[in-house]
Design a protein. Structure first.
Length: 500
């Protein structure tokens, strides 16, 4: 098996972890996975692009349905040759994946019958896939579900093929991608920099051209941040639009299944297939999609409210994104970010931290030694909060929501930096809580307000690392946001994933 490939096609055991970590840390340095992807594509004379898209696969299948078998072989080859060993926690056995493609071809020989016919995808490992362990990046917590999560079932019913389960910050607690015993994926643009999290493996799998889309979750930015750090799109739907049945809760009242993809169009198409009211999910919602004005008012941070932690290039790229939005025909208005920021602070400084603890029952108290040290520190803080604190937090949220109403009256949607900056793996490990919190500066508030959001690439710093922005709107503007988000992505002219 090539260097860097997973050592087994099942979930890795804890005993294997040191060997994998040692291999990653002592391997020859390489600043960019993307160069390897492009070189391999040319060397193998593969018909598929370096970054996979729905349209490319659809066109291939409509011309030659039997090509689904070739696509499976290409995906298997790309996964085996991937230089980052921390992308996946478990993989579907190659022969099982080949069999799934053959079965699909036999049952439904016409690809036009199913919207996602033969489309390979990956699933974050806090979302159930029947027959594969769900670990939430905690081997001691692992179980093997008999049924798919509701959202996975919908995608499979549409013809999509699961290839494996991706790495994450343990129990989806983090925005860095470094809190996993299965290793820390890195940005596809530099192996010394974090991938972002908690949907770390899902973002890297898409950006590296292994799959055209992957499922993540997003409670506080867990799809948007890794999308930004890997030059791809992160779709964060209106909470409840996609069922969370079969998803391990992070913060159940705020959780959201998300989609990582190469383009807004792909992500929106997948979202429409995956969404649907689920009576078994108490947080599932119904609602009509809303529209935006043809000349929308776009709220942006005033200059004195822009915090980039001394990252001047990211600050300049945000200013450039604002001007791009202006040239696209939007009216630009400054708004007061303070109430949004205070809402975001409730997630880890308020009683919602206790909801994270409630989501995994007594496991934390019974297995403290099996938790990532940083995750354990955060979850143990939850014991500080009383029932009275919970009600006080809910009341304060109501007050702050009323303040945000004043700001929403000024703008149809907001244009925010996805993350103010990015850090190296070494920096994050040295200061894991404070630096991780900075990634959530402009993302943490979104689900508290039930917002829809789309993160898109917005350029590159001079060191070759990507920067992204997020469009945020009130609930049920998922479809309406797609148009300006796609226009922003196109105007940035920075491609998708490794295909810059």
């Amino acid at each position: 098996m090539p260097a860097g490939a997973p050592r087994s096609w099942g979930a890795r055991s804890a005993k294997q972890l040191p060997r994998l970590a040692d291999k990653r840390e002592t391997g020859s340095p390489s600043p960019s996975h993307c160069m390897r992807v492009e070189e391999r594509r040319l060397r193998r004379h593969v018909l598929l692009p370096a970054t996979l898209t729905l349209d490319a696969l659809r066109a291939l299948y409509l011309d030659r349905p039997f090509a689904v078998k070739d696509v499976v072989e290409e995906v298997l080859a790309r996964v085996a040759l991937a230089q980052d060993p921390a992308i996946f926690i478990s993989l579907v056995a190659p022969d099982d994946l080949r069999r799934a493609a053959s079965d699909l071809l036999e049952r439904i020989p016409d690809p036009s019958f199913f919207p996602l016919w033969g489309i390979p995808f990956a699933v974050k490992d806090n979302i159930d896939v029947a027959g594969l362990d769900t670990t939430a990046a905690c081997p001691a917590f692992a179980y093997r579900p008999e049924n798919d999560a509701a959202v996975v079932a919908r995608l499979r019913a549409a013809g999509a093929l699961v290839i494996g389960k991706t790495n994450l910050d343990q129990f989806a607690t983090g925005l860095s991608g470094t809190r996993s015993p299965y290793g820390a994926p890195h940005s596809v643009f530099h192996e010394e920099y974090v991938s972002g999290g908690s949907s770390s493996g899902s973002a890297v799998a898409v950006a590296a051209g292994l799959v055209p889309f992957a499922l993540g979750t997003d409670t506080a930015g867990s799809a948007r941040v890794p999308a930004a750090f890997n030059n791809i799109v992160g779709i964060k739907p209106t909470p409840g639009l996609l069922s969370t049945t079969g998803v391990i809760p992070a913060c159940w009242s705020l959780d959201c299944v998300s989609i990582l993809s190469a383009s807004v169009a792909d992500g929106a198409r997948i979202r429409r297939v995956a969404e649907g009211f689920d009576p078994s999910d108490p947080y599932s919602v119904r609602g009509m999609q809303k529209t935006l004005s043809s000349c929308p008012r776009v709220g942006v941070l005033s200059e004195d409210a822009r915090e980039f932690y001394n990252d001047e290039e990211s600050a300049a790229l945000y200013a450039q994104a604002i001007e791009t939005m202006r040239t696209l025909g939007a009216g630009i208005v400054a708004f007061d970010y303070r109430p949004f920021q205070e809402i975001g602070a409730l997630l880890y400084d308020g009683p919602w931290l206790a909801e994270r603890l409630a989501g995994i029952g007594t496991f934390v108290d019974q297995h403290p030694q099996d938790l990532d040290p940083t995750v354990r520190t955060l979850l143990e803080r939850a014991h500080r909060h009383s029932a009275a604190d919970a009600f006080a937090g809910m009341h304060r949220l109501r007050e702050l929501r009323r303040h945000t109403d004043t700001e929403w009256a000024k703008a149809d949607f907001l244009l925010l930096p996805t993350s103010p900056t990015i850090y190296t793996l070494e920096e994050m490990r040295a200061d894991p809580i404070r630096l991780n919190a900075r990634f959530g500066t402009y993302t943490n508030f979104v689900n508290f307000l039930g917002c829809s959001a789309i993160a898109v690439p917005a350029g590159f710093r001079s060191d070759g690392l990507p920067f992204g922005v997020t469009l945020v709107a009130p609930p049920f503007h998922d479809d309406a946001l797609a148009s300006p988000a796609a226009a922003m992505h196109a105007a940035a002219n920075c491609g998708a994933g490794c295909a810059r």
